[in-house]
Design a protein around this ligand. Structure first.
Ligand SMILES: NC(=O)c1ccc[n+]([C@@H]2O[C@H](COP(=O)([O-])OP(=O)(O)OC[C@H]3O[C@@H](n4cnc5c(N)ncnc54)[C@H](OP(=O)(O)O)[C@@H]3O)[C@@H](O)[C@H]2O)c1
Length: 324
């Protein structure tokens, strides 16, 4: 089969489509003929060598296609072997797409429990765009931050693939949603898909601008995938608010003021991916919702290098999708 199989780590130039052995399903696995796949920040981190896996392996956590044995149209749950507990994944947990061969390929062999019916109202491209970002956003918003209707939430970095879906899910749940972004155009797009307003995080004093949007009270929840922004996120909270974090796009270190944190009754919550139960709940929200994933661009798998470059340059808005 043709696949984005890595044989070395490096920049976007190491991403090449090449022949890779067809997968053979093991016990409990099924073969899926992929129709579309999508790119996540994780693929660029894996490609760059942040995690060390033995070569060759196929990139990609997100995909949708046809189950070869039954002909069903399916989406793939990228959390592999989550385990029995909802609080955190177990020791066998992996994210699809290194070390296990991922979705940037014509075929994938995957545990039958990781395939779910494709949402009827989504195209192949939309179905491939939501799993990892949607699952991460669902768990962050609802399981970890316990966001409820009527609360306010700020989603940092509106252009991010996870952020666009977080805005849509939070709005569907009846929350008031605010965003930050480096570009007004991305703020406007976030408003078009459910946000109320946004501020540019390149402005000094953006936290005050964000608080002003809430009438000065601050937000109940901040969705922070930036990392270096933890102090700002905590400063944006109303008393008793929650910051939920799952990324470090802006850096892996932050320095916090301890006293305002505890006087403010704040919570700082870590989260990663999500469980099969959360994926089912996400599919139910999709079935009853009217939104579709924001797709930045669609290209053939053979042009994956361009997608990696575009994502790393932060030029995108929403998901970069591959037709397979
Ligand atoms: N732990 C998990 O399970 C998990 C799952 C999914 C993602 N993640 C992590 O979450 C992050 C987002 O993932 P993704 O795939 O959605 O990434 P992405 O599409 O590449 O999004 C990156 C965005 O981050 C925003 N950003 C960068 N610096 C910022 C800053 N200083 N303040 C605010 N926003 C900033 C930019 O938003 P603008 O373009 O609007 O300026 C940029 O577009 C990544 O770090 C990823 O590794 C973790």
């Amino acid at each position: 089969m043709q696949a984005i199989a890595l044989i070395e780590n490096g920049g976007p130039e190491v991403v090449k489509i090449r022949e890779h052995p067809d997968p053979t399903p093991g016990p409990g696995e099924v073969l899926v003929e992929l129709r579309a796949a999508a790119l996540n920040r994780r693929d660029t981190l894996v490609r760059a060598g942040v995690y060390e896996f033995s070569f060759p392996y196929v990139l990609g956590s997100d995909g949708a296609g046809v189950r070869r044995d039954t002909g069903e149209e399916v989406v793939i749950l990228p959390s592999v072997a989550w385990g029995d507990a909802e609080e955190a994944p177990g020791p066998e947990f992996q994210i699809l797409g290194g070390p296990a061969d991922g979705t940037h390929a014509e075929l994938i062999s995957i545990a039958a429990e990781n395939v779910y019916p494709k949402p009827d109202r989504f195209s192949w491209q939309e179905a491939a765009a939501f799993p990892l970002a949607g699952l991460t956003a669902y768990r962050a918003l609802f399981s970890r931050a316990r966001l409820v209707a009527g609360e306010t939430v700020a989603v940092l970095g509106a252009g991010s693939g996870v952020s666009t879906i977080a805005v849509q899910l939070a709005a569907q749940a009846g929350a008031r949603v605010f965003v930050t972004s480096s570009e007004q155009e991305k703020i406007d797009r976030a408003i078009a898909v459910g946000a109320e307003a946004g501020v540019n995080y390149l402005h000094d004093g953006w936290v005050d601008e964000l608080r002003a949007l809430t009438g000065g009270t601050g937000v109940n929840v901040v969705v922070d995938s930036v990392g270096s922004t933890w102090p700002d996120s905590l400063a944006a909270l109303s008393p008793g608010g929650r910051v939920v974090c799952f990324g470090a796009t802006g850096g892996t270190e932050a320095q916090l003021q301890v006293r305002p944190f505890y006087f403010g009754q704040a919570s700082l919550l870590g989260t990663t991916m999500g469980s099969p139960r959360e994926f089912k709940a996400l599919l139910e929200m999709i079935a009853t919702g009217s939104w579709a994933p924001v797709i930045d661009s669609v290209r053939p798998l053979a042009d994956a290098t361009d997608a990696h470059s575009r994502l790393e340059a932060g030029e995108h808005l929403g998901k970069l999708v591959f037709d397979v």
